[in-house]
Design a protein around this ligand. Structure first.
Ligand SMILES: Nc1nc2c([nH]c(=O)n2[C@H]2C[C@H](O)[C@@H](COP(=O)(O)OP(=O)(O)OP(=O)(O)O)O2)c(=O)[nH]1
Length: 130
């Protein structure tokens, strides 16, 4: 099975993390962490900054590596490196997602996370990020 390499941003602010709802494709409607595929000649951190600029029209600082989610979807294997990030600019415009929510420890399980993201949510809780 083909493996796709993805990076995702756990953007934190005031004890909350940002979740975004996928706006298109097979997994439309599921909740995820913003990010996307790493292009050739790009570091994961560079890919993340670029993807967030494209998807949220904002700038982040990549602070630390958290975990890598591995998940077998029907058509591909996903390997998703997740980084804890903070916002450099406070504004945000959703260019691809249906919605965004700031979730805390009480609300983090209230959205329908994509299958690969459930293990990331557990890592977020274990690291006391929410
Ligand atoms: N960005 C992101 N993708 C995720 C997460 N969880 C998860 O299963 N995915 C999947 C959805 C997609 O199949 C793939 C992400 O790649 P992408 O965001 O570039 O997907 P895409 O369909 O927009 O690809 P493309 O149009 O740019 O080719 O990983 C997540 O938390 N964040």
């Amino acid at each position: 099975m083909k493996t796709i390499q993805v990076v995702a941003a756990i953007i934190k602010k005031d004890g909350k993390i940002l979740a975004t709802q996928r706006g298109y494709g097979d997994l439309e409607g599921g909740w995820e962490f913003p990010g996307g595929k790493v292009e050739p000649n790009e570091t994961p951190e560079e890919a993340l900054v670029r993807e967030i600029e494209e998807e949220l029209r904002t700038r982040i600082e990549v602070e630390s590596y958290l975990t890598t989610a591995e998940h077998d979807y029907e058509k591909f294997h996903l390997s998703m490196r997740c980084y804890v990030c903070s916002l450099v600019e406070d504004h945000m415009v959703l260019t691809e997602h249906h919605a965004a929510r700031w979730l805390d420890g009480e609300t983090i399980d209230s959205v329908a996370w994509l299958p690969a993201d459930i293990q990331v949510v557990e890592a977020i809780k274990a690291a006391n990020l929410v």
